[in-house]
Design a protein around this ligand. Sequence first.
Ligand SMILES: Cc1cc2nc3c(=O)[nH]c(=O)nc-3n(C[C@H](O)[C@H](O)[C@H](O)COP(=O)(O)OP(=O)(O)OC[C@H]3O[C@@H](n4cnc5c(N)ncnc54)[C@H](O)[C@@H]3O)c2cc1C
Length: 453
Amino acid sequence: MLKKLIFNRTFTECESEKEETKEPQKNEKVLIIGSGMLGITSAYFLSKRGCEVTVIDKDNPIRGATEQNGNTVTFIPYPAWTTMNVKQVIKDTLTFSSTPLCYFRLSLLLDSHFRFWVRKYFKNRNSESVKQSNAALARLTKFSISLFDKFIDDCTENNPDLVEYHFETLHAIYNGLSEKEIQEKRELVEYMNKFEEGTKLVSPERYDASFAYNIPLRCFNTGRFVNYMRTRLSEKHGVHFLDGEIKAVTCSDSQIKSLEYSDSNLETKTLEGFDKYVVCAGIESVNIGKMVGLKVPLMGFKGYSLNVFVEDKEIPEFSSIRMPETICISRVGYNTGGMVRVTGFADIDGNNIDPVPWRKDMLIEMAKKFVGEDAYDESKASHWVGLRPLCADDVPLIGKSSKFNNLFWNTGHGPRGITQSVGSALLLDSLISGHEIPKDLVAEDYNPKRFDI
Ligand SMILES: Cc1cc2nc3c(=O)[nH]c(=O)nc-3n(C[C@H](O)[C@H](O)[C@H](O)COP(=O)(O)OP(=O)(O)OC[C@H]3O[C@@H](n4cnc5c(N)ncnc54)[C@H](O)[C@@H]3O)c2cc1C
């Protein structure tokens, strides 16, 4: 049984609060595109509510961002990856003036989607917008974390080891900060403590670093969770899963009419008769948008992941985030299987999952450093590349389309899609079923209308 931390509100409170407000709408037919973390959590809440849910994904088992991310549920990264200065990264690349930690592919300057995204990004960088985005992110993150333990208990029937879910402390360790930056970080830690109790400054000497703090962490194997949930949702909640890739959408001015997909035998089939359609397609939500003439302001921030399998005694003493390397070392298999996951980088390299070879070498170097040169066994390691679907204002898109009244979005969670999934799915469920919005959230913050999609 999980040891619970103390939160303001519980999942059950939140659920019953919603149930009091309105009778569940039965038998509404909902189609969800994508079975990553956002698609699966959405399917869970909607099916519990009584909707008839179908989920379609082109990959089974999944291969999107949910397959091998850092596997952490925690308040950081806060503020966001996008607060890293995209302008500076582009300038550094153009002038060869330094080695940017974030790799930027220059040819993207000719890419119309990147230019569209970056225009929206700059539009949202003034201090008032950043403040609003950060507040919206903090609310959603806190709310979602507060629901997670109960959610995992419910999904696994109180057997969180099934998906390697456990508590730890994440050690955030910074090197090379100036005095001014250290002061800023101190203020940030103080601020984060308001949202995540237990966030505290610790002595940097312990890590031979210039600054350090600890923050609560929940860690679990998200790829395993999602694949497990496909079976559970179909057996216990009657969710229907389809293997296939959406290729085209037919719509009127205000309604999605039908979808065309290519099934696992490459046969073209049609999906129709749904009351509502939900896009949870990660970075590929951009492509679904194109099919209905909408420009979805998401850019993939490319990350790399490396799974290392070691003996228990070789597992690092704690999970950590290392800056400026932008590397996360998560003890996913702590107590259950000896798997350490090393993830990192946030390259602006286009919406593709082609690896940049030297990034792989950098991760191997880091892995060796943390599990020990002798313990690292390349033959047992697995490498992977994924895209964080980052919205231009850093805030996910959750809610009804401004153009189609039966289309909903639950996407664009960037570097926090695992952490924010449960809260986002509950919000989506409220919006779809017409129930009261969870009182911790302001639905407008995430409304896709802000981008006219
Ligand atoms: C290196 C890295 C580390 C990260 N670390 C963390 C972390 O520690 N904590 C955290 O909270 N977040 C983390 N993230 C972010 C997190 O992984 C993502 O935000 C989250 O997984 C996004 O989930 P999703 O369901 O939106 O997208 P995805 O997981 O990408 O799922 C989208 C699904 O849609 C399907 N799909 C797309 N197009 C179609 C189509 N046309 N037809 C049918 N199916 C389609 C895809 O096959 C895919 O399965 C990390 C990301 C990366 C890359």
